[in-house]
Write a protein that binds this ligand. Structure first.
Ligand code: NCD
Length: 324
């Protein structure tokens, strides 16, 4: 399952959000700008606007999720959309129903947008070809997770603005650390950070990098200690043990010793550097429990910004006539 980055750019379609490449720099910036308004809505006593009243958003999760699913559902509700929830584990898939029949059934009930997560790369593209609804990729296999990348960029921009900078990500040094091989977060992240002009370094043992990095606008390092002092953003990835079919690491303890953001390593960070993680965290593996709580960690902000970013995406696809 080695999916290279450039392939997805050719399928860009503004009715859907399947890949970060669908947006390009201007599309990403538009989402980030709109997110400011939805952050403001989220801070109100009653965080709800009527923007998507009468529209229906369905979450179709064929793979486990806590934050992404809840985040999309909260986003849809704050926009006053109706929501439908589908869980693979309790569905007619267990009676042999096909993916296509499942998707067509949900659409026949009036879903205007389908939020799709699936363990296989490419499924959201397939779904988009079957039904007229807007499709948002909420994670397909090892491939992409565009709204995660958008909320990550937004969170960094917010941290920059909070310290008086203009929020431009151009020239920022972003280090993505760990299990890049199995990470859809890393693939979408590389596309988004680099589209915004950041300088991205992947920091991982060779076994946790994809077999080919052809076309990836990144540098590679195997030495976290050497790179850390120069990074503006340290983005830790979860070790995806459930996706490892072979022994790629001698042991988790050894991984932590070389690539974990331990308390000692956190002291190497520059004074304005931020620490990020998409969650769920393996505390004590890729990040020390106490490092996740330091002031430089914006991990909780990533989660709260996720709702506002997804409101912006739903609004752009369903609320502003782009789907007409
Ligand atoms: C990620 C995912 O599922 O792709 N989590 C998330 O959506 N916040 C990352 C992971 O599972 O490691």
């Amino acid at each position: 399952m080695n999916v290279t980055l450039p392939e997805v750019a050719e399928t860009a379609d503004t009715r859907h959000l399947l890949s970060v490449a669908d947006l390009g720099r201007s599309g990403i910036e538009e989402v980030l700008r709109l997110t400011d308004s939805f952050v403001e809505v989220s801070e109100r006593t009653i965080p709800r606007v009527p923007a998507l009243r009468g529209r229906t958003v369905a979450t179709l999760f064929f793979e486990d999720s806590t934050r992404t699913r809840l985040s999309f559902e909260a986003a849809a509700k704050r926009l006053s959309a109706d929501t439908m929830t589908f869980s693979a584990a309790s569905s007619s898939l267990n009676k042999g129903e096909s993916l296509r029949d499942t998707v067509e059934t949900v659409t026949a009930m009036g879903a205007d947008a389908l939020i799709v997560r699936h363990r296989s790369a490419g499924v959201p593209w397939q779904v988009a070809s079957w039904v007229p609804a807007a499709v948002i990729n909420a994670g397909d296999g090892w491939h992409e997770h565009p709204t995660q990348a958008l909320l990550d960029c937004y969170t960094v921009r917010q941290a920059l603005v909070a310290r008086g900078a203009d929020g431009a990500i151009d020239g920022m040094r972003v280090g993505i650390v760990g299990d890049v091989k199995h990470s859809r977060v890393a693939r979408s992240g590389v596309l988004a950070w680099s589209a915004l002009g950041a300088d991205v370094t992947l920091i991982a043992p060779p076994t946790l990098l994809p077999p080919s990095l052809a076309g990836w606008p990144v540098r590679v390092s195997h030495d976290l200690d050497a790179v850390l002092p120069d990074l503006d953003v340290v983005y830790l990835l979860r070790i995806q043990a459930e996706r490892m079919t072979e022994a790629l690491l001698p042991s988790l303890r050894e991984y932590t010793a070389v690539y974990g953001l331990t308390r000692r390593r956190a002291e190497l960070l520059g004074k304005d550097a931020v620490v990020m993680h998409p969650g769920p965290m393996n505390r004590g593996v890729e990040i020390a429990a106490e490092v996740a709580e330091l002031p430089c960690s914006v991990i909780t902000r990533q989660v709260s910004n996720g709702v506002a970013v997804r409101m912006a995406v739903l609004f752009l696809l369903l609320g502003s006539g782009l789907d007409a």
